[in-house]
Design a protein around this ligand. Structure first.
Ligand SMILES: Nc1ncnc2c1ncn2[C@@H]1O[C@H](COP(=O)(O)OP(=O)(O)OP(=O)(O)O)[C@@H](O)[C@H]1O
Length: 256
């Protein structure tokens, strides 16, 4: 069995009286595609926000690659190797596809503001390397022909792919995708599945929040189900989709 990459222990998060996460514990192993599902408001995005340092948990610990994660430090989460996409796409609409990826890459560069202003030799070499890596990533997510187009002019599916490329530019160990198939048609979803499988094949662990249950069940090695902030089930898809608690949570049995 592969090594543990992420261990969440009793993560709690409250918003006033709303218990968005109730002592959620889960483990993700290196190389897994791990799904996080649950009805609307179950706490999935809150878990992502805690994991990526946007929210400070009210209780619990996160251990990533053997070290505790510091709460409320998004840049540190990125430096440690956690990258994410957002449910509502967050690209720089007035920047090109290429520029959006280059911005993502800067988390891994050393030349600071002074280097950028002076434009010294080291900074120029670093910029060239960033551009080359951005080109590679545009090819990787199959939107190289849109490199110079403004992000806002890309199709919805291509914007989602661009967001994934930007996240990959940070060289993550864990890629957390928040509803990547939302708004995609059947063809785009099928292509997305191939892309995610390729990302895993290249050694990156994937955590996936997704409402497209068919995609989750077909793609994920293991799935955790949240309901009202609590984890009610965690297992392989074949078991999860027949678990009575999960069917009950989704009222009507839409999971199967
Ligand atoms: N910043 C916030 N302030 C107050 N309440 C919040 C905040 N973020 C989330 N919540 C509440 O926490 C609960 C969990 O929300 P969350 O967005 O994590 O659920 P979700 O499972 O991602 O839902 P969806 O599938 O609809 O995106 C909800 O009751 C939500 O209203």
């Amino acid at each position: 069995m592969s090594a543990l990459l992420l261990e969440a222990r009793n993560i709690a998060k409250h918003f006033g009286g709303v218990k968005a996460l109730r002592d959620v514990s889960l483990t993700i192993r290196e190389g897994e595609i791990y799904g996080l599902i649950g009805p609307n408001g179950a706490g999935k995005t809150t878990f992502f926000n805690v994991l990526t340092g946007l929210y400070t948990p009210d209780g619990g610990d996160l251990v990533f690659a053997g070290q505790k994660l510091v709460a409320s430090a998004p840049h540190k989460a990125a430096q440690r190797g956690i990258a994410r996409t957002f449910q509502n796409i967050r690209l720089f609409g007035n920047m090109t596809a290429m520029e959006n990826i280059m911005v993502g890459r800067h988390v891994r560069t050393s030349a600071g503001v002074i280097g950028a202003v002076l434009h010294d030799r080291r900074t120029c070499a670093e910029e060239a390397a960033i551009r080359r890596r951005a080109e590679e990533l545009l090819h990787y997510v199959d939107i190289a022909d849109r490199a110079d187009d403004l992000a806002r002019n890309l199709s919805y599916g291509d914007q989602r792919r661009l967001e994934i490329a930007r996240a990959l530019a940070t060289d993550p160990k864990l890629l957390a995708l928040d509803e990547p198939a939302a708004g995609m048609n059947g063809t785009e979803t099928a292509e997305l599945r191939v892309l995610i499988e390729g990302i895993r094949a290249d050694g990156i662990t994937v955590l996936l929040i997704e409402h497209d249950v068919k995609l989750v069940m077909g793609l994920c090695d293991r799935v955790a189900v949240l309901d009202y902030g609590a984890k009610i089930c965690e297992d392989v898809p074949a078991v999860v989709q027949h678990d009575p608690r999960v069917i009950e949570a989704y009222l009507g049995g839409a999971v199967a």
